[in-house]
Design a protein around this ligand. Structure first.
Ligand code: HEC
Length: 438
């Protein structure tokens, strides 16, 4: 823990706003992708099991094509799956700086599980090439990958739920403890069903619309795929409002606000709209509305992420205020240190002081007589114990004696000012000592 803490500094107010916004954007890149991988792997396994290794003309092909369409390839897995999680760890480490929540370790587990899960899914994809040789090992890759990803996103539900409940932060130390709460269950079920619905919508989009739709699909194959995708998308979309509502009512009250409610209602409305479109598609038996269904689903994801963002803002309001004041403290301490370093770095040089005196001050000042400015012997006594004040005066002269004109600002360097002041005071002291010695 300490090691993790030292990686981070408390963020300032502007910085905090920025990284919270960034977090939202990254969730939005990451979550739809993971949803597709989970949904794609699930549907692929479903077809694969129905095929039973017999190379059925529809199921056997679907098992591969659906997977390929939804999980893309391992580079996508790296860029959209794993890297965002690393950034999320960094950002969360800042947002929860010094909070008694084990956020960084939890997110690290999540990242490891996700990386392993994604690797297994891509191994499953690659193993289609030797499926005939070892059908069960091939299936095992897929099942293990899906299981790992589900575990990861159960953990994810746990972490995002815990974030919203500061009262429990210090209670939860082990990842297993994360999982025992209704809100975690609600989130997990909601995310996985949303993943299945979104994947159905994505199948419609990628097979029938993307780049003009896939060519060379036989009539009965295409019809089967379309009906399957529309049916599953519709079914899981219709479940969404219940799970969203369940999530909402199990949220800790500290994270709730009008904005959170309004956004949640908006999500439900968008999903109802999607449901309606899917219903029409099923009736019309075409994939015509596939693009808008897919895009609306993406919009629903955006709104869900924004809802959670607002809930988080509410939940960590106190913590954020604390952080900002901590950051200000650290800032002023750093500035003080810098200032101290700067002044101690300025060397006082009596030779330089003498030079400045002879080049500049002497035009208007002598020790024992008034010229333009007063005689030093008259004005220096009051500065004998207050050298800093004299430095301030020479740096920025003020009006003092109404009988005299103001002294101009001379534009000297800090080291010149300090040196000439030291020179004047030293010379003045020496003169005094000499005169008392006489
Ligand atoms: C252009 C003329 C001029 C130059 C050059 C000048 N001074 Fe002065 N200085 C004055 C005048 C005029 C006053 C009186 C200002 C007042 O009382 O408001 C004065 C006042 C002072 C005082 C008295 C402040 C007090 O508390 O009464 C000090 C000390 C002093 N100058 C230091 C210096 C030093 C050191 C330099 C050279 C780096 C310097 N001055 C250069 C014109 C000058």
């Amino acid at each position: 823990m300490d090691f993790f803490q030292e990686l981070f500094l408390p963020p300032s107010a502007d910085h905090l706003h920025l990284i919270k916004f960034l977090l939202m954007v990254i969730y939005f890149i990451h979550l739809p992708f993971i949803a597709l991988v989970i949904g794609g792997t699930f549907y692929s396994l479903w077809f694969n099991v129905r095929d039973g290794g017999r190379n059925h003309p529809i199921y056997g092909r679907l098992a591969y094509q659906v997977l390929e369409a939804l999980v893309f390839n391992k580079w996508a897995g790296l860029v959209l799956g794993v890297l965002p999680l690393l950034v999320i760890i960094l950002i969360s480490g800042q947002i929860f700086y010094d909070a008694p929540i084990a956020i960084v370790p939890f997110l690290s587990y999540l990242t490891i599980f996700t990386a392993v899960g994604l690797s297994l899914v891509y191994a499953y994809q690659a193993s289609f090439r030797w499926r005939e040789n070892n059908y069960y090992l091939h299936l095992l890759f897929g099942v293990a990958g899906l299981g790992m990803l589900l575990l990861a996103y159960l953990l994810f539900s746990g972490v995002t739920s815990l974030q919203l409940d500061p009262g429990r932060w210090f209670l939860i130390r082990k990842p297993t403890q994360l999982l025992f709460s209704w809100n975690v269950m609600a989130r997990f079920v909601q995310f996985t069903t949303a993943a299945l619905a979104f994947s159905g919508a994505a199948v419609l989009f990628f097979f029938f619309h993307w780049q003009g739709g896939r060519r060379g699909l036989e009539e009965n194959y295409a019809t089967y795929l379309r009906n399957f995708a529309m049916g599953t998308a519709l079914f899981f979309t219709l479940l969404q409002p219940f799970f969203l509502f369940w999530n909402l009512i199990t949220l800790p009250s500290i994270s709730l606000s009008e904005a959170v409610f309004l956004l949640a209602i908006l999500v439900i409305m968008v999903l109802a709209w999607v449901g309606l479109k899917l219903w029409r598609m099923v009736q019309e038996k075409t994939a015509r509305r596939g693009v808008s269904v897919f895009v609306l689903y993406l919009l629903a994801f955006v709104l869900m992420v924004v809802t959670d963002h607002f809930a988080l803002e509410n939940a960590i309001e106190n913590h954020s205020a604390l952080l900002i004041s901590r950051a200000e403290e650290v800032q002023s301490r750093l500035e003080a240190e810098r200032e101290a370093r700067r002044t101690s770095a300025i060397k006082v040089d009596l030779e330089l002081g003498k030079k400045v005196y002879l080049n500049q001050c002497i035009t208007c000042h002598r020790f024992d007589q008034q010229v333009v400015g007063p005689a030093y012997n008259q004005v220096l006594p009051k500065y004998l114990d207050r050298q800093e004040e004299l430095v301030d005066f020479v740096r920025k002269p003020r009006k003092i004696d109404p009988a005299l004109p103001p002294m101009p600002q001379l534009g000297l360097k800090e080291s010149e000012i300090r040196s000439v002041v030291a020179y004047l005071l030293k010379t003045f002291r020496e003169q005094q000592n000499n005169s008392t010695a006489k």
